[in-house]
Design a protein. Sequence first.
Length: 174
Amino acid sequence: MIGETRTAAQEKAAYIEQLAHPMDALVLLSEVLNLDFAPHGLDKPLSDAALAAISGSRAIYDRVIRLSGKRNPTTRDFITHSGRGTLHELPLFVGTPHQVADGLEEWFTTAACDGFVLAATHIPGAYEDFVRLVVPELQRRGLFHREYAGVTLRENMGLPRPQRGDWMCRKPGA
């Protein structure tokens, strides 16, 4: 979360956090856990069969079990303890572009991670703010490249351009 000042970034984060709604979390949970929570109600413990039907993120499932302290948590427990649909779901760097770059640099150089996946805290604007404000700071520090091999992701990853028909299944020996 980036702002002109740390206070502005914190105020932006607080505003966005208060927009979160439990239904948002439930939709995200249903998607990531591959389970329709609708038939289970909010406060009834999920059955062993319902929990066994979860085929998505094991990390979120384990987190809810651990934080709720229940073998059979409720839908509300999943909303409360998963962190989905809130800014608390992920590590969040909040501050000026310099402060956000400091946090990213610390994690990267101390081997806390080997890269980052950005998640928009708000749309429109989050990705644009990051590219406009933080990327130049990371480039100045030598932590983000300035040169590209080509204009496409394929070219930048060194992958050959597929030829017409490459996608078709071919019979052996054909």
